[in-house]
Design a protein around this ligand. Structure first.
Ligand code: URA
Length: 425
């Protein structure tokens, strides 16, 4: 006899009641073990989406997800540990320059990352465009590299928050991804189980993010910050704009190239600004007094990048894959670029092969989009707006059709929009 009946837990949440600690512990554990069926968890997830959860319920749900798996022990790492998590955006390659930069400033950065699904790219897909680089490390290799190099970006092992792995896949196909209690507990259970001492969250807001609304993003950020603190992880969140893609490159290898420009002391202004803003927050949370701007200019972050890539079998000097075909979208009216829609650009890059439709699909490393303009630029008829890159020419027409409306041109200069919207601590 089980302690509870799943249907009673579902009914309780459906009717707006608060779940008890025992109900939460039981349902998360029973779902992980396959005792609660997918259809029952789908109904509960939908009830949570519609009814919400109290802060105490979210804290308990997160603790139950952590308890579903192992917790990494980073006590052998002598440097202060600090991680960053982004809720996902278009052109968001910040982890790539940020991780080695913060390591070069004296911290250890344990970045457990994922692969992309849909229009937002995955950090592992980007790094896998580097010849030889491997995403899978054992726990021992992970801790050793963290100690020796200070920077690791790799796939989370199967043992970490297995309840989340199962639940996230279910939410993805049941319209229940967007529930703040479920997003917050999903992200924070993995970050807390990973064992980091401090965490900086980059909560994206805008068309290319799944939080389209700033108030919702603020609530998500507050919920995650509280969860981190409750588990003794020093946590800070920045709310950042995701209406416009970050940088000029959207794809896999092209985003690695752009990250290398940043590590070499150049790169697009917005990518540099966000990398430095997050680095400053990470260093403060780790209790380190270093100037990331100076470290970036000194070349030490590039050295740290090369060591990190080599430690995982990659050749940091090997040429990166390029796409077989390119097509340029040009301006048909003259004026000023008013906006570049992150979602539309992300979807077009995905159609070109940079992303995957199902989690088992391969990605094309060379595919993607290069922005030839930024908001505020003046354009004449015939000027290039976007360069589309793909390995399969048959993908171009659908991508072009989608990308066509992404760049809006008007007669007036747009009001400048700040990249950094808010800070929640
Ligand atoms: N990323 C996660 O890890 N979980 C979510 O629920 C949403 C984004």
């Amino acid at each position: 006899m089980s302690e509870f009946a799943a249907v009673d837990v579902i009914r309780a949440k459906r009717d707006g009641h608060t779940l008890s600690d025992a109900q939460i512990d039981w349902v998360v554990d029973a779902y992980t073990k396959g005792v609660v069926a997918d259809e029952q968890m789908s109904a509960l997830a939908m009830a949570i989406l519609l009814r919400g959860m109290t802060p105490a319920e979210i804290a308990r749900w997160t603790a139950a997800m952590i308890a579903s798996g192992e917790r990494l022990d980073l006590s052998a790492v002598t440097r202060p540990t600090v991680d960053k998590h982004s809720t996902g955006g278009v052109g968001d390659k910040i982890t790539l320059p940020l991780t080695p930069l913060v390591a070069a400033c004296g911290a250890a950065v344990p970045q457990l990352s994922g692969r992309g699904l849909g229009h937002t790219g995955g950090t592992l897909d980007k790094l896998e465009s580097i010849p030889g680089w491997r995403a899978g490390l054992s726990n021992d290799e992970f801790v050793r590299q963290l100690q020796d190099v200070g920077a690791v970006i790799c796939a989370a092992g199967d043992g970490l928050a297995p309840a989340d792995r199962k639940l996230y896949a279910l939410r993805d196909v049941t319209g229940t991804v967007e529930a703040i209690p479920l997003i917050a507990s999903s992200i924070m259970s993995k970050k807390i189980a990973e064992g980091t001492g401090a965490l900086v969250l980059d909560v994206k807001v805008g068309t290319g993010a799944f939080m389209k609304d700033v108030d919702m993003a603020r609530e998500l950020a507050r919920t995650m910050v509280e969860l981190g603190k409750a588990h003794q992880v020093r946590t800070v969140a920045l709310l950042t704009d995701m209406n416009t893609p970050l940088g000029l490159a959207i794809g896999n290898a092209v985003e690695v190239e752009e990250s290398l420009e940043v590590l070499a002391g150049g790169g697009p202004a917005d990518v540099v600004e966000l990398t430095l803003a997050l680095a400053r927050e990470m260093l403060a949370a780790a209790g380190l007094d270093a100037d990331p701007e100076k470290v970036l200019q000194s070349g030490a972050a590039m050295d740290s990048w090369k060591a990190m890539i080599r430690a995982q079998g990659g050749d940091p000097d090997a040429p990166l894959p390029t796409a077989r075909e390119t097509e340029v979208l040009r301006a048909t009216t003259a004026g000023v670029v008013e906006s570049i829609d992150a979602l539309e650009v992300g979807l077009a890059a995905w159609r070109l092969g940079a992303g995957r439709a199902r989690k088992e699909d391969p990605v094309s490393f060379g595919a993607g989009i290069m922005l030839k303009v930024r908001p505020g630029d003046t354009v004449a008829v015939g000027d290039p707006l976007l360069e589309l890159r793909t390995d399969e020419g048959s993908r171009i027409s659908a991508a072009l059709a989608g990308a066509d409306g992404a760049v809006r041109i008007s007669q007036n200069a747009p009001a400048p929009t700040p990249l950094l919207i808010d800070r929640i601590a």
